[in-house]
Every structure is written in structure tokens, then in C-alpha cells.
Ligand binder design. Structure first.
Ligand SMILES: Cc1ncc(COP(=O)(O)O)c(C=O)c1O
Length: 404
């Protein structure tokens, strides 16, 4: 009997929570990853919107390595320079705020939820309900599952914490009704500027401004989850900046750590209620992750990578839509900058994912008929051309794809 494959060992050793693409990645540089059997793949998934600067970007590696050689971990009992500087720079890139540093998007949202609850106790006679939008995704902890409100993710884990109420997306009237409901007074509205996990659905700028106004009118906090949209990905440093609707709390993670686990809740003055002992995390703002985060911020700001994301995103959209002229079943592109959803005419997303891998690219099927693309912001024009050509070839091989 031969030795077990990695997939067999994985199945025996890890909880089976992930449906993996059948490929083992061993190395990465720029927009490419290399597989254990020596294939080089163009990575349009970017670690699910994490690898903003590509894989193993030299300045991030150098910053993290240098910090590892100096001091790797201290806990939050002591001061460390990188986390203070990171918080200062995040605030400078967004809005006046203080940060709670953590390790992931779900944790950043947990912090935001705790801020809203304490704020409700202090300023809204104990109101605690948080309004979220249909199609949201805020994480996999119990509270963020409740905020996500998707039965598929949460049903096996009931009961969930209460205090969350979902309203239809793109319907300010529904938000207003819920905010004005005296039976369930709401303390905050929580939303993603672009809903990534449910298929890349953009909230219009006017809608975000409407949310801001409603939150002001009804004494509620606006919490924006920029875990997926932040750090230049959508064509601005933060997606809310397209609209001018400044949140009271903004959550960030994914790209901010350059591939290391790092997240933050940026808490604006109005919402700044945390005091010593209110919240904590052993690893939150770990010096190595913070040093990597600082390097990512420096590069994104120095190279104005949000501009690159805007230009590359438009180029991508145009090239993908032009595939329709060859009879490929592309219905639309959604999203902004380099957070793109490609809507397909039939439920071939999973098949397309497999065929694309065969054609040498990684794409991320979400749902039956959407492909998500969230490549590094450093992707070149040539790599975009290469990607779209491969998507075209994969579409050409997909079953049920219509031909002229
Ligand atoms: C908008 C949004 N919020 C929160 C999360 C959860 O982040 P994490 O997986 O780091 O906990 C995600 C992850 O996909 C996300 O897209």
C-alpha cells in the first residue's frame, strides 16, 4: 500500500470544515503560486482578498523578519511600538479614531458589536439591537454568525446570541422603519460597502450616505465592515470614501496584515466607549503582524495602489465583458476596483473554477453562477490579459456554455 496522499492525511487530521480545491500550494511570488507538482498558477483569489501586494512581497517579508528577530510576542500587558504606530497610521488613512487590534475579521466585528452594546448602555437606555443587511457576511463566531443572518451558516449552531435584526438590502425605507421601531430599539446599523461573500454586491454611494443620515437621525452608530473592501482594493483606500459616509466604527482585516493574521476595529470619537478591561486579545496587535501591517500600509500609500486597483479593475471588467462577443455566458460584472464578481448565465461557477485551474489560474466560485476575483492590487496589464484569456478558454470548455 502506498503512503497516503496529503488530501487523505488532511481528511484524517483536520476537522473537515473546508472544501478544498484539489491543489497543494508550496510557494508564491507576486501574482503567482506554485503547486507541489511544479505548476505555476496565476492567483486571482489572493488568499480571499488578502494578498494585496502579491505573495511574499519583499518589504513585508523584510519588516516581519526583522521584527521576528527582535521581539515576536509580548501579550498586551506591555507597550510595543509597532502596534501604536499601526493604529496611528490606520487612523490617519481613514478618520480620527482609536483602534482595537485583533487577529481576524470576525474578531474585529466582535469588537464593533461590543462597542455598540456598551454605547447602547451608556447612551440609549440599554438598547442593543444591531441592524444588518440581507446577504451580509460578518464572520463565523456566534455573534458574527447572528449578524450574518444566513441560516445555511448558522442553523447547526443555534441558539445564537440575540440582538440582531436583518433588513432587506438597498432599501433605506426598511432601515428607517426598523430604526424607528420602539419595540426593538436599534443601536447600530452594520454593513459591508460591497457584500463580498454573497456574490459581490455593491451598496450604492447614495445608499451609504442614506444610512449615515438615518443613523444620525435615530441616534444609532454606523458600523462599516471593510474587512474585504479596505486597503485600496475598491479604488479608494477605504470603500466608504467613495461615498463620503464616514462610519462611527470601521472594521478591517484580511489585506491589512499582508498575509499575517491582523485585524482592527477603528472606533471614532462618538463611539469611543471602551475602557481598560472591556475587551482584549492575547495576540491582538502582535508585534510581527503589526510590523507587517505597517509595511503594507507604507507600500499601498507610497505607490497609490488604490489608483492601480481602480484602473486594473476597469480593464478587467471591460475585458471580461468583451468575452460575450465570443458567445461566452457572461451576464455582468459587479463590484468595484479589484473586488469583482463575474455573473454567469447558468450555474457553471464550480465547473468553471475547475476548468480555470486546468487553464492555469485560480478563481473563486461563489454560489452557483458567480466567480469572484480579488487579485493582488499589483497585478500587471499582461497578467490581466493572461487571466481573461484563460477565463475565456475555461468558459469555452464549460458545459452548457452557449456558442454563437
Ligand atoms: C466582509 C467580511 N467580514 C468579515 C469576515 C470574516 O473575516 P475572518 O475570516 O478573518 O474572520 C469576512 C471574511 O470573508 C468578510 O468578507
Amino acid at each position: 500500500m502506498g503512503s497516503p496522499t496529503l488530501a487523505e492525511r488532511e481528511a484524517a487530521a483536520l476537522c473537515g470544515t473546508y472544501r478544498r480545491v484539489p491543489v497543494t500550494l508550496v510557494r508564491g511570488d507576486g501574482c503567482f503560486v506554485e503547486t507541489a507538482d511544479g505548476r505555476r498558477l496565476l492567483d486571482l483569489v489572493g488568499g480571499i482578498a488578502v494578498n494585496l501586494l502579491g505573495h511574499c512581497q519583499a518589504e513585508v517579508v523584510a519588516a516581519a523578519t526583522a521584527q521576528m528577530g527582535r521581539l515576536m510576542h509580548t501579550s498586551n500587558l506591555y507597550y510595543t511600538e509597532p502596534q501604536v504606530e499601526l493604529a496611528e497610521r490606520l487612523a490617519a488613512s481613514a478618520f480620527p479614531s482609536r483602534a482595537f487590534l485583533c487577529n481576524s475579521g470576525a474578531e474585529a466585528n466582535e469588537a464593533a458589536i461590543k462597542v455598540a452594546r456598551k454605547w447602547g448602555q451608556l447612551h440609549r437606555q440599554g438598547a442593543y439591537t444591531i441592524l444588518t443587511l440581507e446577504g451580509a457576511f460578518h464572520g463565523r463566531t456566534l455573534a458574527t454568525l447572528a449578524a450574518t443572518g444566513n441560516a445555511h451558516y448558522s442553523d447547526p449552531f443555534r441558539p445564537l446570541p440575540n440582538g440582531f435584526r436583518q433588513v432587506p438590502r438597498d432599501d433605506l425605507g426598511a432601515v428607517e422603519l426598523a430604526l424607528a421601531d420602539p419595540g426593538r430599539p436599534a443601536v447600530a446599523v452594520m454593513a459591508e460597502p460591497i457584500q463580498g461573500e454573497s456574490g459581490v454586491h455593491l451598496l450604492e454611494d447614495s445608499y451609504l450616505r442614506g444610512l449615515r443620515e438615518l443613523c444620525d437621525q435615530h441616534q444609532a452608530l454606523l458600523i462599516l465592515d471593510e474587512v474585504q473592501t479596505g486597503m485600496g482594493r475598491t479604488g479608494r483606500m477605504w470603500a466608504y470614501q467613495h461615498s463620503g459616509a464616514v462610519p462611527d466604527v470601521m472594521t478591517v482585516a484580511k489585506g491589512v496584515g499582508g498575509g499575517l493574521p491582523l485585524g482592527a476595529a477603528l472606533v471614532g470619537k462618538r463611539a469611543d466607549v471602551f475602557e481598560a478591561g472591556d475587551h482584549g486579545s492575547t495576540f491582538g496587535g502582535n508585534p510581527v503582524a503589526a510590523a507587517a501591517g505597517l509595511a503594507v500600509l507604507r507600500v499601498v500609500e507610497r505607490d497609490h495602489l488604490w489608483q492601480r486597483a481602480a484602473v486594473a479593475g476597469d480593464q478587467f471588467k471591460e475585458a471580461i465583458l468583451s468575452l460575450r462577443q465570443e458567445g461566452h455566458p457572461v451576464v455582468e460584472t459587479r463590484g468595484r476596483g479589484l473586488l469583482l464578481g463575474v455573473g454567469l448565465a447558468s450555474p457553471i461557477a464550480a465547473e468553471l473554477g475547475r476548468l480555470a485551474l486546468d487553464e492555469g489560474i485560480l478563481v473563486n466560485p461563489i454560489g452557483d453562477s458567480t466567480i469572484r476575483l480579488a487579485p493582488p492590487l499589483t497585478i500587471s496589464d499582461g497578467e490581466i490579459e493572461m487571466a481573461v484569456a484563460a477565463i475565456g478558454r475555461a468558459l469555452g470548455r464549460a458545459s452548457g456554455a452557449s456558442r454563437p
